[in-house]
Ligand binder design. Sequence first.
Ligand code: HEM
Length: 315
Amino acid sequence: MQLQLGETSTVVVSSPELAREFLQTHDLNFATKPFLPSAATLLYNGRDIAFGPYGDYWRQMRKICVVELLSPKRVRSFGPIRAQEVNELVRSISMVAAGGGHEEAINLSKSLFSITYRITCRTAFGEKAQNQEEAFLPVLQEIMKALGGLSLWDLFPSSNLVRLVSGTERKLKKLHLEADVILEQVIGDHVARRRTERVDGGGVDDHDKDLVDVLLNLSSKNHGLGFSITHLEIKAVILDMILGGSDTSAVTVEWTMSELMKHPRVMEKVQKEVKEMFDGKRMVDEADLDELHYLDMVIKESLRLHLTTKLSWGK
Ligand code: HEM
């Protein structure tokens, strides 16, 4: 089905056969995402990978994400951040549950959104950027809303009239500047700290550092990439990581919980599997999650049913 949305032609594919044609056989022809002026304004004019055009730069940056930022070793190294945040969430829910007989509702959606944003921000910025993290959260919330909403400017990207009359460009430029100032500050602090620690990047074990450190290490080396990794590229990729990893994870847990509540038989089976596996343990250890095969299937089914992002920031 083809939909003409303003100047943008959109094709909806709804059968497995056609999806294969688009996503496998002719993948390269469809790999570039449509040009959205909103995304370009907010995400450094396509220097990011979530909305940037397909090409050599995109492929190299994506490889850096896969090999350097999201490698299993790196993801494991950030385990303590996830454990600490999840423990905190469980503790706060237990406190409400033990609240002396008062029925108090827990807004799990809200908690899930704030926990995933805190985890991605701490992973990206490290432990010494608490002030910036707090200032960043409301800005991220606005950026997510702007990227998820329907904007007239995105439907008519070539129209100067729409650009000027809608006021979207002015609003988004202001938002971008707010995010940029915080990201620049975070990078500046990292650079200053590295200087005082006399960390030069080469041969340094950055294993326990954050994503900004990893990208700064890469920027100080010549990788034969054909382009430099400057502060601009670091900011674009970090923003991608935080925006790409937070809402998606929160929404996945939220949908899974809501499906489990609607299907008590499945909920019981999941609880049984978890209880048997972690019999006697106070907290679930991430390293053992691979053994929870039924839970894995439940999450996959939930993703199949609801592969969508809800952009409500846990309301
Ligand atoms: C349940 C969680 C997640 C879901 C459902 C999800 C879903 C998606 C989808 C549908 C895409 C678009 C792929 C395409 O256009 O071909 C995507 C891209 C992306 N995601 Fe995720 N994601 C999740 C978690 C994460 C996390 C945790 C991160 C980073 C920490 C992340 C970072 C990215 C990035 C950087 C891209 C752009 C790269 C590309 O297009 O290949 N995502 N994600």
